[in-house]
Ligand binder design. Structure first.
Ligand SMILES: *Cc1c(COP(=O)(O)O)cnc(C)c1O
Length: 401
């Protein structure tokens, strides 16, 4: 990202999220091009970064949306995503969410249990509608990623096993109020190996073939998200290898291919800027205390995730320091033993790869206001979310005081 960081930070303050929209365009077109020659929709996983301007940017490029709450469905609609490109996934949908999704006539609800299917059928019946559904299959494949972001094993809460999926399709196909149009799997996040995806796609494609044999025609084959990105020195999956594996698994099937990348689209589009407040030394251990905290960017605390951190425009010999925030938790850190030059009050640090699961996981813990968000596009910067104020935070409480 080529930007005058000092000026940008001067203008918007810190802590601050900045997203390069040109990078997002590039990621979208790279993946979309890798699908060329096949019917496909890229359903951006809104939870990775649900800023309306980010979703709108992707919608303009032609992306659909993968949503995991009615709130996200509404964000996608507000941002201009075509309703027939919106999928609603998630293990725990409430009746009111199901009702609203059906009323808004989105592409399909992605079901994760038999009990949920029965609820959707009931709600659809009440509305006098036929619900388009897909079923999330849990292929029981080890995705070889961090256990917290693994979802494709039977020990994980997601999806249903193959035999159950088949029974559900047979049931849905007979129901007046259900229309089984899709099939889905999503085995985990930050996947850097192709084999688990390839194996899962083959298992699920075989299920589609066996459904076809009993006259249940699946139109949408959804391979989920999870393509890994480079945070440090990972070697990850190339878009063309990814699509070739999917093409091979689905050979001979007349389906529209769907995928749901979140992190792939936005992780490396974003950076997080934070300013140094103080340096301190505890018995030889160096700490750099910054104005951003775990409430702004929780990935290091939550997953022990690595984010590259650099000081901007500061020279000097680098020594290891823990970069920590002001939040009253020992887990409030962005990096451990980060090589950094001597730093002073107001020096600027950049935390890289912060575009995915950054702002969307931000909270108001310690009554800290959520940071502002800025977009960069065609050499211009623009605010896409204001910095929160104290008043914003207390608005829903103040009237009851
Ligand atoms: C989280 C999620 C995604 C996106 O995962 P990434 O690793 O960000 O690509 C896609 N689909 C479903 C169902 C998800 O839960």
């Amino acid at each position: 990202m080529k930007i005058d960081t000092k000026a940008l930070v001067e203008k918007y303050g810190t802590p601050l999220y900045v997203y390069d929209f040109d990078y997002i365009t590039n990621r979208y077109t790279t993946l979309k091009d890798a699908f060329s020659g096949k019917k496909s929709i890229i359903n951006y996983a809104v939870k990775a970064n649900s800023n309306l301007s980010v979703i709108a940017h992707l919608a303009k490029l032609g992306a659909g949306a993968d949503c995991v709450s009615i709130g996200e469905v509404n964000r996608a609609l507000t941002a201009g995503v075509d309703k027939y490109k919106i999928i609603f996934s998630g293990v725990g949908k409430r009746d009111d969410e199901i009702r609203e999704a059906l009323q808004k006539d989105i592409l399909m609800l992605n079901l994760e249990s038999e009990a949920e299917m029965k609820r959707v059928e009931l709600v659809a019946k009440e509305l006098g509608k036929e619900a388009r559904i897909s079923i999330r299959v849990n292929p029981n494949i080890d995705p070889q990623t961090h256990p917290y972001i693994s979802t494709g094993l039977h020990e994980n809460k997601f999806g249903v096993e193959i035999d159950m999926a088949k029974r559900m399709y047979i049931y849905a196909n007979k129901s007046e109020f259900l229309n089984p149009v899709g099939i889905h799997f999503h085995i985990g996040s930050q996947l850097t190996k192709l084999d688990p995806i390839r194996e899962s796609a083959q298992i699920v494609a075989d299920l589609v073939r066996s459904l076809k044999a009993i006259k249940i025609d699946i139109k949408f084959f959804d391979v989920g998200g999870g393509i890994g990105v480079v945070y440090d020195d990972e070697v990850t999956i190339a878009a063309s290898d990814y699509t070739q594996a999917i093409f091979r698994a689905t050979k001979g099937l007349d389906v529209t291919l769907l995928c749901e990348p979140g992190r792939y689209m936005v992780a490396n589009a974003g950076v997080f800027f934070t300013k140094v407040l103080y340096e301190k030394n505890n018995d030889g251990k160096r700490f750099v205390i910054v104005d951003g905290g775990m409430n702004d960017l929780i990935r290091p605390s939550l997953y022990d995730a690595y984010h590259k951190i650099e000081a901007i425009g500061v020279e000097g010999e680098k020594t290891p320091a823990d970069v920590v925030g002001p939040v009253c938790e020992s887990g409030d850190f962005f990096g451990k033993d980060v090589p950094l030059p001597p730093l002073e009050h107001n020096d600027l640090l950049v935390v890289h790869s912060a575009g995915a699961y950054g702002f969307t996981m931000a909270s108001n813990y310690n009554t800290r206001a959520k940071p502002a968000e800025v977009a960069l596009q065609d050499g211009e910067d623009r605010l896409i979310r204001e910095r929160e104020t104290y008043e914003d935070q207390v608005r829903l409480e103040l009237k009851y005081l």
